[in-house]
Design a binder for this molecule. Structure first.
Ligand SMILES: [Zn+2]
Length: 375
């Protein structure tokens, strides 16, 4: 299952929250556009050319993507309002599956954070319906009507009371509030999720056969996905939404300059140092850290050696003080880096691959940012 949850595509930041899209969007984009362009629109709004249908198909899919983003953003901003710090969003197909870590401290916070996602889709759907209403009959009107339907569908689907859906978290929050037992409440919500998964697959197949193919297929894949997530410990932990309490990955710098071990010092000084004001550079091959090149070490190297010395000959070989895990929390990383002489480190993922770098300064800034959003 590890690869299924593999590192998603980084898109950028919104409200300071890192946004990523899971690779499952790559096949979904053309497939969904195809379904709109070849089935829905020609049926509901005949008379356009094939390329016009395809264009509308891709626009529809993009607006669907934005709807999912809006849903997750609502969770993250509510989480932030509840004092959970900076969130991190990963968009999965048909929404709901955003990557986070940590757990709200009380039922009321969990209730609010979970509920606001489906609420966002309900609002978005209503806006799309009103837009469709204001348009004259035609393809554009059909697109907005469809998006209104899909958003209302997402709202209803996500509020279904079973894990790992938002509704499952709402259910857990309610049970948790009454029995004061988080574990027991989670078990109940998990079992409800299993019932929902099976029901979605069965009804999805039925829908696919006799009614709408898009809704039918979506329903089956959603059911399968819920089943998969409930069926693995990793999936259960992953959850549909979780809030990252500011890990290193959330605050690190992604544009890290890596030096090849074979690079000549002369080339390094000409090509790399010209454009960078850093005082230490990670030496790496295939994203794996081999050591650090420090300017203070280079200063000791006679000028005539520059052309024949390679980075690997004058770097400091890798040791534990040079890298930290992307999964560490900001406070944990702060403690570590405070004791490092350079006050900065390369960030590595769970597979030991370099994904960025972070300095004590970055971490302090992130801490202050969190503190100021708490009120
Ligand atoms: Zn959600």
């Amino acid at each position: 299952m590890k690869n299924f949850f593999a590192t998603p595509l980084y898109l950028g930041r919104l409200f300071g929250i890192p946004i990523r899209a899971h690779y499952s969007w790559l096949p979904v984009f053309p497939f969904y556009a195809w379904a709109i362009a070849s089935s829905l629109l020609p049926r509901q709004a005949p008379g356009l050319t094939a390329s016009e249908y395809w264009l509308l198909g891709f626009i529809t899919t993009f607006l669907l993507f934005l709807s999912v983003l809006f849903h997750e953003l609502a969770h993250s901003l509510m989480a932030r309002a509840e004092g959970l710090g900076t969130g991190s969003i990963t968009l999965y197909i048909f929404g709901g599956l955003a990557s986070l870590e940590g757990q709200p401290a009380n039922p009321s916070a969990e209730f609010k954070i979970a509920l606001v996602g489906p609420a966002a889709n309900f609002v978005m759907g209503t806006i799309f319906f009103l837009t469709a209403q204001s348009l004259s009959k035609g393809a554009a009107e059909q697109v907005f009507r469809h998006l209104g339907l899909v958003n209302w569908f997402l709202a209803v689907f996500n509020i279904l009371p079973g894990m790992p859906l938002d509704g499952g978290r709402v259910l857990r929050a309610i049970v948790w509030r009454f029995n004061k037992n988080f574990r027991a409440a989670t078990q109940i919500a998990n079992r409800a999720g299993l019932v929902i998964a099976v029901t979605l697959v069965v009804y999805g197949l039925y829908f696919f056969a006799v009614a709408d193919k898009v809704i039918g297929l979506s329903s089956v894949s959603l059911g399968v996905m819920i089943g998969l997530m409930l069926g693995t410990a990793e999936g259960r932990n992953y959850g549909l939404w979780r809030v990252k309490r500011g890990t290193v990955e959330d605050v690190m710098n992604r544009d890290v300059v890596l030096i090849s071990p074979q690079m000549k010092v002369a080339d390094f000084i000409d090509k790399v140092l010209q454009n960078n004001r850093d005082t230490s550079f990670p030496v790496a091959e295939d994203q794996r850290l081999h050591g650090m090149l420090l300017l203070e070490d280079l200063k000791a190297l006679p000028r005539e050696e520059w052309a024949k010395t390679q980075a690997k000959d004058c770097m400091r070989p890798v040791d534990n003080s040079m890298f930290i895990s992307a999964r560490l929390t900001v406070p944990q990383a702060q403690t570590m880096l405070a004791n490092h002489p350079a006050h900065r480190a390369v960030v590595i993922d769970a597979n030991g691959l370099i994904i960025g770098h972070v300095s004590l300064n970055d971490l302090r800034k992130a801490q202050n940012g969190n503190a100021s959003t708490k009120n």
